[in-house]
Ligand binder design. Structure first.
Ligand code: GLU
Length: 290
């Protein structure tokens, strides 16, 4: 986990232990997730392979404030990134040995299937269609689809039933697109990243951006005063950690880790350092060991 320098004192006091080093972002922030030094995994498992390799490749979003946002240098930051750092640490892999690969909504399954990444942690909704080709650990967070409009909500948009005369922007390969397609709209504009919907909103080419409430909250916070989240989520989007289909040992191991982190405070700390700067702290979800 990355903590601002000012928080280090209390982190040391409460955790009693802090592993330094591996700060990829130029010294401003320090990781506080202790990397497991001597871990043993059953031979032949993905955990053993990754531990042996000493590195892991994780797909995440690079343009979603609060969950996965890459700056000009260093690693991306956000709650998804913190989940990845926690998993790596438990595998004995330090932060600087995580290779972050940008995934957009549409390439997440292919990147897992063709081995471009070991894991995808990218505001990634667990659903049956995706489970036909990959598997999910989690959920580690429950989001819900919502709407974003220019501040002032000029069209009186309260929910997806109010979009019949409006142009709606969203992203290809997302559940947001699939879900909104069930409602009447004037048009659906598809892009490859949610941030690309902001300019069309500004120019009036689009009236509404739709995706998960927490992604919208991040974009609204990044552009203070300009946009507003309608605040009536109309779907359930349980966020999972995508991994190769059939790797049940890895999936179970990640599920065990998630549950442990819900109990021992790591999950809450990861939240508070990232999404929690804008959103209130939720209850941890129930892991779904399907
Ligand atoms: N959670 C939804 C999905 O997995 C929307 C957000 C996204 O595209 O990352 O499709």
């Amino acid at each position: 986990m990355r903590l601002k320098k000012g928080l280090l004192i209390s982190a040391i006091a409460t955790a009693g232990m802090l592993v330094l080093g591996g700060c990829a972002s130029g010294g401003e922030e320090e990781p506080a997730t202790p990397v497991k030094e001597k871990v043993e995994f059953e031979a032949g498992t993905t955990m053993a392979e990754l531990n042996e390799a000493g590195k892991i490749t994780i797909g995440t979003k690079f343009d979603q404030p609060l969950f996965g946002l890459a700056g000009l240098e260093g690693s991306p930051e956000g709650f998804d990134v913190e989940m990845g750092i926690m998993i790596a640490a438990e595998l004995g892999i330090s932060e600087e040995n995580i290779e972050w690969v940008e995934t957009v909504s549409a390439n997440r399954e292919p990147f897992i299937q063709n081995g471009t990444v070991d894991l995808v942690i990218a505001t990634y909704t667990i659903n049956d269609k995706r489970k036909e080709v990959i598997d999910f650990a989690g959920p580690y967070y429950n989001a819900g689809q919502d709407l974003l409009v220019l501040a002032g909500n000029p069209e009186n948009v309260e929910g997806p039933e109010d979009l019949a005369d409006l142009d709606v922007c969203t992203v290809t390969g997302s559940t947001s697109f699939v879900n909104i397609s069930e409602y009447k709209t004037k048009s659906i504009i598809q892009t490859d990243a949610y941030g690309s919907c902001l300019e069309p909103l500004r120019t009036g080419a689009a009236d509404v951006l739709t995706t998960d409430n927490v992604i919208l909250a991040g974009l609204a916070a990044q552009n203070e005063g300009e946009f507003e989240v309608v605040g009536n989520p109309f779907t359930e989007e349980p966020y999972g950690i995508g991994l190769a289909k059939g790797d049940d040992a890895f999936r179970t191991w990640i599920n065990d880790l998630l549950e442990a982190s819900f109990e021992d405070g790591r999950w809450v700390k990861a939240w508070e350092a990232t999404a929690g700067t804008v959103l209130k702290t939720p209850e941890p979800p129930a892991v779904n060991r399907y």
